[in-house]
Design a protein around this ligand. Structure first.
Ligand SMILES: [Zn+2]
Length: 302
């Protein structure tokens, strides 16, 4: 596999001391070749401005390292909500994060697909997505970040949990060119895709590409799960230690992930526990190392 097609592997990085001072030094420490960050409190609505010095150092630092960067929006965002104030705050948050993503040279801004909350509100919620997000997407500059829809674990009448759910979701957004997809292995497992058996991950990624088309997949969150397939629960754990990669097939599901043709050039980040054996970062170092080894083995076999 040509290097440009090789999926870079990294992590969601903590940025307590600033995007560059905290985030990039963390990335270096764990060997991350792709980064995902929050640009504000992930559990609040505040739209935080950047620190100009940290922003500039982050842009330069990512370019020097040749690592793609992504932003994850706060967890409260739900454009499908029945509560008008939540819809408006969500749209403002997405627009803000896209603006920050453009300032920071990010490739994508990840947003959870959201939920209709009520079982009978699915069609209404998809209409809300259409009406509220198309103007935001139209405002994204050509070289700006794409908005990456991440299917969730399910529950609350999720607007997209299985990969097939992305079909009507992207149709509601008129398959806008500024939209991409973020695939989370733990969420897909929770939504009922059996990734733990031989061929399970491959079949799921085949179904994903069949649903959204080539080139839409822009980021993968590689996480193992503490819960069973179809549980609709979202608790991440270290790769190979959970119910996806800790069974009879071992880390085979993640080997299939790193070998799949739809992954060409698509960055992978882990959102697994960073702490391991008393070290604050060894968990990420280990998970990144595992995915790189699986990727390189697949490339050598190709
Ligand atoms: Zn995720």
């Amino acid at each position: 596999m040509h290097r440009a097609h090789t999926p870079p592997v990294g992590a969601h990085v903590l940025t307590g001391r600033g995007l560059a001072t905290g985030g990039l030094s963390y990335a270096d420490e764990v060997g991350a070749r792709a980064v995902q960050v929050f640009v504000g409190n992930p559990r609040g609505w505040a739209l935080s401005d950047g620190d100009p010095a940290q922003d500039a150092a982050f842009v330069t630092g990512c370019a020097e390292r040749d690592i793609p960067a992504f932003i994850h929006t706060p967890f409260l965002v739900n454009v499908g909500s029945p509560t008008e104030a939540t819809v408006q705050r969500s749209v403002a948050s997405i627009a803000h994060n896209l603006r920050r993503g453009a300032e920071l040279g990010c490739r994508g801004v990840v947003v959870h697909a959201g939920s209709a909350v009520g079982e009978d509100r699915y069609e209404v919620a998809l209409r809300q997505l259409h009406e509220q997000l198309l103007p935001v997407l139209d405002a994204v500059p050509d070289a700006g970040p794409r908005l990456l829809i991440e299917p969730t674990a399910g529950g609350g009448r999720s607007l997209a949990a299985t990969v097939e759910d992305l079909g009507p979701y992207l149709a509601a957004l008129e398959e806008h060119p500024a939209v991409g997809v973020c695939f989370d292995t733990c969420h897909a497992w929770a939504a009922g895709h059996d990734l733990s058996v031989p061929g399970g991950m491959t079949a799921t990624l085949d179904a994903l590409e069949a649903t959204v088309g080539a080139g839409r997949l822009a980021l993968v969150h590689a996480n193992d799960s503490l819960d069973e397939c179809g549980s609709r629960r979202d608790r991440h754990t270290t790769l190979g230690e959970g119910s996806i990669g800790g069974g009879a097939y071992g880390v085979g599901p993640f080997a299939e992930l790193m070998a799949h043709p739809t992954m060409a050039g698509v960055p992978v980040v882990v959102e697994t526990p960073s702490e391991l054996d008393g070290s604050k970062t060894a968990g990420h170092t280990r998970d990144i190392g595992l995915l790189v080894a699986l990727r390189d083995r697949a490339a050598a076999a190709a």
